[in-house]
Design a protein around this ligand. Sequence first.
Ligand code: BG6
Length: 513
Amino acid sequence: MSSNRPDASENPLWEGLTNRPLPQPCTLVIFGATGDLTHRKLIPALYNLYSDGNLPPALTVVGFARREKSDDQFRAELKEASLKFSRQTITEELWDHFASCIHYHQSEFATPSGYTSLAKKLDEWDSQRGTRGNRIFYLAVAPDQFEVVLKNLKTSGLNNTNPESWTRVIVEKPFGTDLASARRLNTLVQGAFPESGTYRIDHYLGKETAQNIMVLRFANALFESAWNARYIHHIQITASELLGVEGRAGYYDHAGALRDMVQNHLLQLLCLTAMEPPVDLEADSIRDEKVKVLRSLRPITGKDVSAHVLRAQYGAGSINGKRVVAYRDEQGVQPESKTETFVALHVNIDNWRWAGVPFFIRVGKRLPKPGTEIAVHFKNVPQVLFNKTTEVLDENVLVIRIQPDEGVSLRMSAKLPGSSVRIEPVKMDFHYGTSFGKATPEAYERLLMDAMSGDATLFARRDEVEEAWKFIDSIREYWDHSGEEPAVYSAGTWGPSEADHLIRTFGTKWRRL
Ligand code: BG6
């Protein structure tokens, strides 16, 4: 493959993109290759990596799925999807060259001969392409297929590495539905692949701004010195979506927002926000620190769940002026479903740095505006000068915008020009797009590149996943047994009034995005 890597002489800020070594030649086998994830995310991400010159010179991509089709049909379908979903323009020449490394392998997931014939083809491609037996197996299948695929990979010997090559597995979410199932799945995966070769996807970790949290904190003396209970009043982490359940009711109605978003994405953001500085930037050093945060979460159990966690479900309403149906009226949702599409939580981290600082997490579908952010609210200044009598000063708020309009802003107080002292909040704002003049890569680009390079930093480790489930399980157990109905909010509003009440009891209110 020819190199299209960005030219750092055009913009010195692109230096970082060009000096990363290319991953070694390898083969990526995608199980579930005709599914949504492959079409919307994986192939467009690979095309973008290719177009930026970031793929190894020899790469084979193999789609493994049940339906009959030829390589050409498969490539044509992927091209159509990439035209829709790639962040870069698809040009004929580049696409043709890129697509020439893509093959289709038809088999049922449960048919052992499908794996032995795959093994044969992989050996052939290895010798034709020089991919040297380096392989990644990507499980982009429904969770109920994980077991059969893993077992067959093992029985067929495809999980084996010889000392000259490496074999890795990427496991898509959801990684279990509770602690017990996550443990079972971990045991299953580890029966076939070592932890060091296991890459559990949490696509939030691949988002550029999520990676910037550590840089912001540990590369700037200013922030880290005030990043503790002495200066911080509370932290709000919000993930708001306009979208509803979007044809995924079969999965979502069993999952709900707590499992779908909080157990993984939101707790990962919380960890990056709250963790101690790692001893170095090795994957395990960072993951060790994240696990410590998860282990310091104060469990929310029994009746405490009602006081600290609020769940709700969207009713009918309107989004961008268009009427939308209630969650219970969405296709595939049980008419009596209690599944939550909104959760608000108050979380305590019982460690030295965060003692007494409330963290609030809010996540919901069918809210008025899409956006994910972390808002760090600092304590107010002592009431001795400008705010001694009547003036109420707005506290400093540092907002890390994960998406959209990725960036960071800081609200501070400034004097309004004029002869009297009037103080108004003003904002210092950094936007990725304008500051770096380069489109932000998609999360899956980074994650695929890292998995090919053997860097597991942005993937969840076994203990992280299990600790997160431990925290989530006690909340779910209470909900399952309490018989309480979720609150209801109209689609297109910021959640139910009960969520406002939850945060008000801590003397604050939700930020408007
Ligand atoms: C997925 C959830 O993991 O993340 C979806 O299953 C959710 O329900 C999605 O919509 C949100 O991801 P993003 O990148 O659009 O914020």
